[in-house]
Structure formats: C-alpha cells, structure tokens
Ligand binder design. Structure first.
Ligand code: RUB
Length: 332
C-alpha cells in the first residue's frame, strides 16, 4: 500500500490549487514547508517507506498547478537532500533541507530587491501587473534607501491580485493609482518602469507571467517604457534547456463568467439556445488562461539574486545553476 501522505500536505496542496496560497515564490515556500511536515509526521518504519511517502507527497504538491516552475524546483531540491540509512536520519535531513531552501528563498528575494532597487530613481512611477513578492522586494529595498516611488497598479482580472499589490504598497506608504487592465496603455505615459514578476523564465529569455503581461510589455515598448522582470533563479525553467515548453495553466471558466452570468446571456431565440448544462451550450465559449509568454525582445532586464541580466543571456545562468538535470525524483 502507498504510505500515507500526511493531511497537512493534502491541505497545502488544496490551498495551492484553490489559490489561497499563490504566487510562484510563495507556492515554492509552502511546498518545501509541506515536505518538511511530511517528514516530521510520517509514521512509517522503514527508510524505503519513508522515501515512498516523501515522493507521494511531492507528487501531490506537483499536481496542483502547472506553470510556476518554482514548485518542481523546490520539490527537486528538497527530495535530493533526503539522505540517511535510518528513518530518523532521513527525517532530519529532509527537514534541514526544506528549512535551508526556505531561508535561501527569503535571502534571494532580499538580495534581488537590492539589485532591482538600483534601477529605480527618486520620484519614479512603477506600473505593476498581478502580485509578485519579487517585484515588491525591489520597491521595498528602494524605499529603504530613501527613494520615493509611486505606483500605478493594474487590477489583474479575473482574480484581482492587483488588490494585494495595492494593499502592500499602501502599507509601505506608496501612493497608488488602481486601474482596470484595459486602461494600461493610457497610463503608460505616466510610468517610468513596468515592474512585474515571473512564474517561469525559459532558456530563450521568454518570461511566463500572469495573463496580460505580454500585451503590457508590447505596449510598454511602443511607449518607450522599460520592462523590468524581478525573478529569483528558482523561476528559471530547466526543462526549457532541452526544448520543452512551459505549460500554461487554464483555470475554471467560472472565474470569468459565473453560472448566473452565463444564464443571463442565454438567449431563448439563439439558433442553438437549448437550455443545457452551464458551459455546455454551443456558441459561447469562455477561455481562462492564467499566464502568457512575453518574448525576450520586449523585456529590458531580468533582475535575479545573481545580478541583472538581459533576457538573452539568462541561458548561461540557467546552465550554471541547473545543468542538464531535469529529473523528476517524485516519479513513482
Ligand atoms: C502570480 C503571478 C506572479 C508570479 C511571481 O500568479 O503571476 O507575478 O507568480 O510572483 P497567480 P512572486 O496569482 O496565478 O499565482 O514574485 O511572488 O513569486
């Protein structure tokens, strides 16, 4: 029988899937913490069963959301550190490894913030999309340096993560102008930087981030506003070194159109207006991709904890940090 995945891992996986826990770095942090809990609470008696349980926990976490590579990168890192000949040794090494991962994640964000802050000048206006802890780390570091900033915050439909960004910026005393996504071009003339995070960065320097980022970046180029991507190296997607593409998550259409809204759109005289199940009637399709791909030519700088890179040279860093090893140690 499959050794039990402890309940805390199941609930972390649920929280990631439902986006109670969200954002690439936060997901990675929660996944590492969950593996530590698996190690702590697993009651199996043999090292082999312990390892099987850990792999099963990692699989449960891996299967939640497909786009943020920080999740498999975190799982791989922790699983590789599970070392020992007894359950006790395995437990201790897994917990240590998860803790060091989480510490590194926090340090990387702080270091990255300091580097990103160097791009920001006193009085600058940053335009943001979605909510990114890495992007906000740059703002925080700049504020700590005494740099005054203002922000234009895109709402970010359909989940409105812009509200989280706005709340954080207000807590830091940054003046915020909240706009609907469709207003972005109109407000770009007032912005000095587009500042976003990333869920994954591909070997060619493409940036995978919240849906709407690519349109924003193209428009920013047209207006001459530089696009700055804040992404610690845990966002580098090693599979893209060998030609794989990054999976783009599609989410439930009800995030875009509720069942009630759909019902109100249903026209009795439409040719195929049969009153079927919500979502099943012909003619009206709702699509809800959560992320898009911004080509490297629209990105001015990728800011990592290892320094700032033009997108075209990120591949060098990716090889150095990840090599060609893209194994899935959680596979059965
Ligand atoms: C979040 C999102 C964020 C990145 C980076 O999408 O696109 O920009 O994950 O965030 P979602 P961070 O809300 O769908 O998870 O810098 O915090 O890792």
């Amino acid at each position: 029988a499959e050794p039990a995945v402890v309940p805390a891992v199941e609930s972390t996986a649920d929280a990631i899937a439902t986006m109670e826990i969200r954002g690439a770095a936060t997901i990675a942090d929660a996944a590492a913490a969950a593996l530590a809990t698996q190690a702590e609470e697993s009651r199996v008696e043999t090292p082999a069963a312990f390892r099987r349980g850990l792999r099963a926990a990692a699989r449960t976490l891996y299967e939640t959301r497909p786009t943020a590579v920080s999740l498999p990168n975190a799982l791989r890192y922790v699983l590789r550190g599970a070392d020992g000949d007894t359950v006790g040794e395995l437990r201790a090494s897994t917990i240590d490894r998860a803790e060091s991962f989480r510490r590194d994640l926090e340090h990387a964000r702080e270091t990255l913030g300091g580097i990103g802050a160097n791009r920001l000048r006193d009085g600058d206006v940053v335009l943001t999309h979605c909510h990114s802890t890495d992007a906000l780390a740059c703002v925080e570091a700049a504020l700590e340096d005494g740099t005054a900033l203002e922000a234009i915050v895109k709402e970010t439909r359909p989940r409105k993560q812009g509200h989280i960004t706005a709340a954080q910026l207000r807590e830091w005393g940054v003046p915020v102008t909240l706009i609907v996504d469709g207003a972005a071009r109109r407000y770009l003339d007032a912005a000095d930087h587009v500042l976003v995070g990333a869920d994954s960065i591909a070997a060619d320097g493409s940036v995978i981030n919240k849906i709407g980022t690519s349109g924003l970046a193209v428009t920013a180029r047209e207006r001459g506003v530089p696009v700055m991507v804040a992404a610690q190296t845990i966002k580098l997607h090693p599979d893209t070194l060998t030609g794989h593409t990054v999976a783009i998550e599609t989410r439930d259409e009800r995030e875009v159109l509720s069942d009630e809204e759909r019902a109100s759109l249903r026209s009795s005289d439409a040719p195929d207006g049969s009153a079927g199940e919500p979502g099943s009637e012909g003619g009206l399709t709702v699509e809800n991709p959560a992320f898009d791909v911004t080509p490297p030519r629209y990105v001015d700088a990728i800011v990592t904890e290892r320094g700032q890179f033009p997108p075209e040279s990120i591949v060098t860093l990716m090889r150095e940090l990840f090599g060609d090893t893209t194994d899935e140690p959680w596979a059965e």
